[in-house]
Design a protein around this ligand. Structure first.
Ligand code: NDP
Ligand code: MG
Length: 388
């Protein structure tokens, strides 16, 4: 039995993690759960999974009397406290945004294994997070949950160090893959949220539409697999069946295939190196008929070039890219800016703050804050007439 704390249990990843835990009650139990604002669902989850610790990182609310077996914490610091204090060896980081960074560091400081869905943490603090996650006597202490990175990790099992030439990072291309650049600029929130293959939280769905999700994943892959930027090739694959592939020195390409269902990478990280049933249907190759692959349109999606640029720049450039994108993405979701402004705002933040250093957490906090300040100023300058 392994105990697992789920940070962000009320989100898309968090809920699917609880589904797979419920399928394997003989293997996993929940040590802690956290949500931001959704107290009603958090209470329901605490009732069903009976953790000893829970947190709501937003405002304090009264706790129902039947949940007195569980200790509740409130406020932004509660996330780190839960990551540090939860009993049991594993923490699933499934909150959205860089809000997860300090909690991931706290989990590692208390010796826990981190199962990482929260890619923004690795994008903002990659060097620091990786330094905190060396393998120990039981194997890796940081396991990827993001489907592409889980796929790459699976493809690399048994491969020697530095055996690969290239990572082929697949991307669905999102809802605007076939749209003209000009129509995409004025896309509505509803159109951006209409992802063709994956059902996910709002931020990552908008990131998939702008391809900032793939930009973040390029950076995530660099840190997880010690890849040089030129070793990471984005491949647009609209069916989302090949979750990524690795090309080896001898020319062999090993890919991981599966239905677009996050329960597999979530459960693989939890049960690694074992494989357990996810309860999902088997992939039917005969029903697939065809799988297609395209080069990304780097003119329509400037996010990709910005990721390579930020990686080459180093320091806090990736943190700046992430912070500005978080601000722009949520502003778009609030209908404050048009879709086309997202990459423009990130571009400006990178130009202004991309040179900042990232030696420690305080450098990262500073770069994050400056990038957000610049992004917010640009949001305010957006002429409202352009908003759809
Ligand atoms: P959701 O928006 O569905 O869920 C986010 C979770 O984090 C919720 O539990 C939410 O609580 C909580 N939360 C929100 N803001 C904060 C905050 N400021 N501090 C602490 N907790 C907060 O997101 P997803 O599940 O889609 O994504 C989670 C992470 O996993 C992201 O980093 C995403 O990029 C990554 N990921 C997601 C995939 C997916 O399929 N969804 C696939 C691959 C990666 P509340 O419900 O109370 O608001
Ligand atoms: Mg992904």
């Amino acid at each position: 039995m392994r105990g697992i704390a789920i940070l962000g249990s009320t989100g898309s990843i968090g809920k699917q993690a609880l589904q797979v835990i419920a399928l394997h009650p003989d293997r996993f139990f929940v040590t802690a759960l956290t949500a931001h604002k959704n107290a009603a669902l958090l209470f329901e989850q605490v009732r069903a999974f009976r953790p000893r610790l829970a947190a709501l990182t937003g405002e304090e609310v009264p706790v129902p009397s039947d949940l007195s077996f569980c200790e509740f914490r409130f406020g932004p610091h509660a996330l780190e406290e839960v990551a540090r204090e939860a009993l049991g060896p594993d923490v699933l980081a499934a909150v959205v945004g860089v809000a997860g960074l300090k909690a991931v560091m706290a989990a590692r400081q208390s010796g826990k294994r981190v199962l990482l869905a929260n890619k923004e943490t690795l994008v903002a603090g990659g060097e620091m997070v990786m330094a905190a996650c060396p393998p120990d006597e039981n194997g890796p202490t940081l396991l990827p949950v993001d489907s592409e990175h889980s796929a790459i990790f699976q493809c690399l099992q048994g491969a020697g160090p530095n055996a690969y030439e290239k990572i082929l990072l697949t991307a669905s291309g999102g809802p605007f893959r076939t749209w003209a650049k000009e129509s995409m600029r004025a896309a509505t929130v509803e159109q951006a949220l209409g992802h063709p293959t994956w059902s996910m939280g709002a931020k990552i769905t908008v990131d998939s539409a702008s391809m900032f999700n793939k930009a973040l994943e390029i950076i995530e892959a660099k840190w997880l697999f010690s890849a040089r930027p030129e070793q990471i090739q984005v491949v647009v694959h609209p069916q989302s069946i090949v979750h990524s592939a690795v090309q080896f020195r001898d020319g062999a390409v090993i890919a991981q295939l599966g239905a677009p269902d996050m329960r597999l990478p979530i459960l693989y990280a939890m049960s690694y190196p074992e494989r357990l049933s996810t309860g999902a249907e088997e992939l039917d190759l005969f029903a697939l008929r065809h799988l297609t692959f395209e080069r990304p349109d780097t003119d329509k999606f400037p996010a990709l070039a910005m990721a390579y640029e930020a990686l080459r720049q180093g320091g806090a450039a990736c943190c700046v890219l992430n912070a500005a994108n978080e601000e722009a993405c949520f502003a778009f979701l609030r209908r404050q800016i048009p879709f086309g402004r997202i990459p423009e705002i990130v571009r400006s933040a990178l130009d202004r703050h991309g040179h900042l250093p990232a030696r420690d957490l305080s450098d990262i906090d500073r770069a994050d804050a400056l990038a957000r300040e610049t992004a917010r100023r640009l949001l305010d300058e957006t002429p409202s007439a352009r908003i759809t």
